[in-house]
Design a protein around this ligand. Structure first.
Ligand SMILES: Cc1cc2nc3c(=O)[nH]c(=O)nc-3n(C[C@H](O)[C@H](O)[C@H](O)COP(=O)(O)O)c2cc1C
Length: 403
């Protein structure tokens, strides 16, 4: 009797404990998902919809609504647009000095490359819509480099004049709507001669730009080592790390609010895991800084570098603002072409960055790989992707408009 009673009450206790555990689990999941903002509509993804630009009958805005999908440093989207009030086919593109990343990009070089990436996307979007773009670089003269912020705000980086043409299907146009940067490991599969040939045919109208594709295993390993060393230098640089950490959007609410910067999707995280991670980072913000973040940064760079079958380098003879913009245009076209060949790309900018702690490595890298004695504007890993990556945040085109 007593034994049976004991057994029954033991079972009851176990049942209650299991129900409590289940309840606790459900509560934890609910807290995590709520912190992540799982129920929020992701407005930060709207510009990726093919129909998004249709809301803008003005061709300049229609084009800009697609050009803002361009790759851009730190996902800062530092573009400002001034529509010519007197000519409905003219607009000016400014670099937005409020969106500099002064620690990682003290020379604002990556920012100007980003301006170029926008212009190339705009050109492709224009062709599709039936407009040719004539681009004048720095039409009001060069920036005053010793008063760069004010000068950037005052002087356009480019003036674009559209001319009506017949709409033409560009093979690169559908790729504007695909994610640009794939940070996952790539397959251990070399690029084919045909892929290399097609990539070598990507041309720039600009003078003095060169793209070098490195496929030789020994050389690829040597560049991977530079990328890893540079990541370690960057991880140890508190200023640069703090700048990036401040741009991290932990959850859906923040992503909808800012619509620029980084998020967990950048490392390819999707689905339920994305919400678990976002929930955790929201509840424990310390996870995204300090030693742990430093180690994760280096680990991820090492993982990328170790799974890279080829690199490309974009070098420009001069390092003036126009050469930087033109390098960005070339990068955008080159990256889209790589995607059209089934390849994935990721810029690896650290070793090229101009802050003091990187100077030695940057100079050594240039001494070894700048084949034309110029400036290496982009170092890009390229290969067959092991998976797809999610799209990153984009601002609304109306946020780009200057009064
Ligand atoms: C000039 C420039 C430098 C970049 N440097 C890096 C880099 O060092 N590492 C990286 O993972 N992505 C880099 N990117 C890619 C951006 O982070 C990416 O374009 C941005 O976050 C938006 O994401 P998406 O390209 O997937 O749309 C760079 C892009 C540009 C244009």
């Amino acid at each position: 009797m007593t034994r049976r009673w004991k057994k029954r009450s033991w079972r009851k206790i176990m049942g209650v404990a299991a129900a409590c555990l289940l309840g606790l689990f459900v509560l934890c999941v609910a807290v995590l998902f709520t912190a992540s903002g799982i129920w929020q509509e992701p407005r930060y993804l709207e510009p990726w919809k093919k129909t998004y630009a249709d809301a803008y009958p003005d061709p300049r805005l229609h084009i800009a609504a697609q050009a803002l999908l361009a790759p851009n440093n730190h996902n800062m989207q530092p573009w400002k647009l001034k529509l010519d009030p007197d000519n409905p086919l003219v607009y000016e593109l400014f670099a937005d000095p409020a969106r500099m990343t002064k620690e990682a990009d003290p020379a604002s070089r990556q920012m100007m490359i980003t301006v170029g990436a926008f212009l190339e996307y705009a050109r492709i979007a224009g062709e599709q819509l039936g407009y040719a773009s004539r681009i004048e670089f720095m039409p009001d003269g060069a920036y005053e480099e010793n008063a760069l912020d004010a000068s950037m705000a005052a002087k356009p980086a480019a003036r674009v004049t559209l001319t009506k043409t017949a709409p033409a299907d560009s093979p690169l146009y559908p790729l504007l709507f695909q994610p640009d940067t794939n940070r996952l490991p790539y397959k251990a599969q070399p690029l084919s001669d045909e892929q290399a040939k097609q990539l070598s045919q990507v041309e720039s109208e600009a003078q003095g730009l060169h793209v070098t594709l490195v496929r030789d295993a020994l050389q690829v390993n040597a560049i991977s080592q530079y990328a890893q060393d540079a990541a370690a230098v960057e991880a140890a640089n508190e200023r640069v790390m703090a700048e990036s950490a401040a741009l991290f959007r932990a959850n859906e609410r923040q992503k909808n609010k800012y619509r620029y910067g980084f998020s967990v999707e950048g490392q390819g995280t999707t689905g339920i895991l994305k919400h678990v991670l976002q929930g955790l980072v929201t509840l424990f913000p310390g996870m995204n800084s300090g030693k742990g973040a430093e180690e994760r940064y280096v680990k991820s760079a090492n993982e990328s570098a170790e799974h890279t079958p080829a690199y490309a380098l974009i070098e420009s003879a001069a390092n003036d603002r126009i050469s930087q913009i033109q390098s960005g245009m070339l990068y955008a076209r080159w990256a889209l072409t790589a995607e059209s060949l089934g390849l994935a790309v990721q810029p690896m900018s650290q070793v090229l960055e101009e802050y003091e702690e990187m100077a030695k490595l940057r100079e050594k890298f240039h001494a070894e790989y700048a084949q034309h004695g110029g400036t290496i504007q982009m170092l890009i890993r390229v290969g067959v992707p092991t998976g797809e990556v999610p799209r990153s945040m984009r601002r609304d085109v109306s946020d780009l408009l200057l009064p």
